[in-house]
Design a protein around this ligand. Sequence first.
Ligand SMILES: C[S@@+](CC[C@H](N)C(=O)[O-])C[C@H]1O[C@@H](n2cnc3c(N)ncnc32)[C@H](O)[C@@H]1O
Length: 389
Amino acid sequence: MDEVTFKSDTVLSDVHLYTPNQRHLMVRLNGMGQPVFLSQFKLLWSRDSWTHSGAEDSGPRDVATQETSPAGSESGHSHEDLSLQAGDDITIQERLNVPLDEDGDLDVVRRPRAASDPNPAEPARNKVHPMILAQEEDDLLGDEEQENCPHSIIKIEHTMATPLEDVGKQVWRGALFLADYILFRRDLFQGCTVLELGAGTGLASIVAATMAHTVYCTDVGTDLLTMCQRNVALNSHLAATGDGVIKVKELDWLKDDLCTDPKVPFSWSEEDVRDMYDHTTVLFAAEVFYDDDLTDALFNTLSRLVHRLKNACTAILSVEKRFNFTLRHLDVTCEAYDHFRASLDSLEKLADGRLRFMVEPVEASFPQLLIYERIRQLELWKIRVEPTA
Ligand SMILES: C[S@@+](CC[C@H](N)C(=O)[O-])C[C@H]1O[C@@H](n2cnc3c(N)ncnc32)[C@H](O)[C@@H]1O
């Protein structure tokens, strides 16, 4: 395959942009005849320095790790930082050190276009991309690194530039963002039973399994789930020491019940269904809010699941706020995100007398242990579900 081609109905995750020479990328064709690539995601952690004690704040020590509500000062600047007192001898211009023209107007220096400017004023945006394995060389990170730190590398098979119905075969930035939060909140996952909805390639589930006892990694479609299962096998050495296990299962938000027909691939055994309802305490999902009907289906599924769980639970949802220009509005909007937020509001207001849902945004100040561009549009939402007293 000489080059990746893009048709009008294909989408490409930012995570897979900037891949170098594509000639060596492909490792196989999947059941649908789509080229499959193998990428490595390096975890910037030293597993040896972690104790698996389960204490809430016992993540890596070298980075600020306080989880607080974003209602406060999001940028880290207080209003005091920027205030200028009346009567100061120093002018605003002198304080802020901004240039004015001869009439006293602000002299705005235009940012040079990166490509045409040999000495850009700002550093170029990082091109963040996964390591791509060459078929012949097998390992760009080198055998030595693999051998020395096998617990730092997550290998993920994925496709690229898929049609919308196959987006789960790519890795999305929100999955890396969610994975970072999972690593930060290991107290929530340690030794627990957890369930991922719309897991795609399974990256977040694989990270969760480094701490959890059982991860139900769910999505829909045999081809996708087969790829996910392969990724689970590729990373089995990362699972929590002892008895951590990932069970790849079909869970279709458009169906009311879990499939327990043993003839159907990735169906649930009666024992798994019982175990999942009896023990799950965390549900999580990344980048599953891109179609309003699917968002409704996902929230219905979430509600159905939590009503059947034996225990109180926490749901963690990651979303990237994507802006699009629409002809209908003749403006830039983020409709899918707005619908997601409206669904969160409805869930919080749901008063069925049995459960209450407490929704809160999570500030993105937790450490970044995976390499990706943590853009402002990435958001995490936490829903605490408890029985009404
Ligand atoms: C954009 S992908 C995100 C995949 C993965 N969470 C990630 O962030 O890399 C959306 C996921 O939702 C899944 N999905 C879509 N419709 C679904 C349904 N009806 N039931 C279950 N999963 C569904 C897709 O198969 C896909 O894996």
